[in-house]
Design a protein around this ligand. Structure first.
Ligand SMILES: NC(=O)c1ccc[n+]([C@@H]2O[C@H](COP(=O)([O-])OP(=O)(O)OC[C@H]3O[C@@H](n4cnc5c(N)ncnc54)[C@H](OP(=O)(O)O)[C@@H]3O)[C@@H](O)[C@H]2O)c1
Length: 257
């Protein structure tokens, strides 16, 4: 491995680590050499991921964390610092999935849950970790946004999901400009359609929709979560030292059309 991608000696906190992309990211970051702290609402989902990482020789700990609560965020970050002494890398993979309702049918409470999770939850997690990163003058924050923050996905109701993902792309830029002088690089990744449970459930519920989506992807297939790992490790590492506020699109060409 090139030295600039090596994460040995670093500690990474990953939210949404109990499943889907968060689990794949946690294992990859551990493989790249970092100690890893898993956060998610369900400890029962985090425990087997931690066990697998430790069996492969990685160092891992975890805590339940609901990013809708600032208290829960602070407790998880404190536990990470208690166990590993610091947090160098934050990957915000926790997110509220698409609520496929038209704007007229989305009530304020439902909309607000998406805003609270995707925007405020991500922001509060960034703030809690950045405070510790600033002490050492080195940090990496990677927000998992979406192509839905850049374009409106044809065939599904975007509403709250698209709006909050667009906010995450812009929040990444604003935090980057605020914190870059403290040695913190804040960037985001915008995945297209990847084969995790929310998408698989979506397609199972309407198989004609699957065909329509494949038609809109130049590569005519969903992405394998492992195909996001290269972009992720780049943004977590020294290799990203001059990257700020960038959003890396990984979508099989979806946004080219
Ligand atoms: N898969 C894709 O194609 C795709 C495309 C674009 C963007 N994304 C984004 O990538 C991220 C991961 O998606 P995924 O496909 O892996 O879906 P997923 O399996 O549903 O992952 C979402 C994770 O977020 C956690 N979560 C939700 N609300 C939370 C809260 N309040 N506090 C803490 N954790 C919370 C969930 O864990 P618990 O329920 O255990 O808390 C879950 O592990 C999401 O932000 C999603 O929007 C995914």
């Amino acid at each position: 491995m090139l030295k600039c991608f090596d994460l040995a000696g670093k500690t990474a906190l990953v939210t949404g680590a109990g499943g889907g992309l968060g689990t794949v990211f946690s294992k990859a970051i551990s493989e790249a050499g970092a100690e890893i702290f898993l956060a998610g609402r369900r400890e029962s989902a985090l425990a087997p991921v931690a066990e697998e990482i430790e069996k492969s020789g990685g160092k891992c700990s975890y805590a339940s964390c609901d990013i809708m609560s600032e208290e829960s965020i602070n407790q998880a970050v404190e536990k990470c610092i208690e166990v590993f002494g610091k947090v160098d890398i934050l990957v915000n993979a926790a997110g509220c999935n698409r609520i496929n309702l038209s704007p007229m049918d989305t009530d304020t409470e439902t909309y607000n849950k998406v805003v609270q999770t995707n925007i405020l939850g991500t922001l509060n997690m960034c703030k809690a970790c950045a405070k510790d990163m600033m002490k050492r003058g080195w940090g990496r924050i990677v927000n998992i946004a979406s192509i839905s923050g850049l374009i409106v996905n044809k065939g599904v109701y975007g509403g709250s999901y698209e709006v909050t993902k667009a906010a995450m792309v812009m929040m990444t830029k604003t935090l980057a400009t605020e914190w870059c002088k403290s040695g913190i690089c804040v960037n985001s990744i915008a995945p297209g359609y990847f084969s995790t449970k929310p998408n698989l459930d979506f397609f199972a519920a309407d198989d004609t929709f699957y065909g329509k989506v494949m038609n809109m992807i130049p590569m005519e297939r969903m992405g394998d979560p492992a195909e996001l790992v290269g972009a992720l490790i780049l943004l977590c590492s020294d290799a990203a030292s001059y990257m700020q506020g960038e959003c890396i699109v990984v979508d099989g060409g979806y946004t080219c059309w």
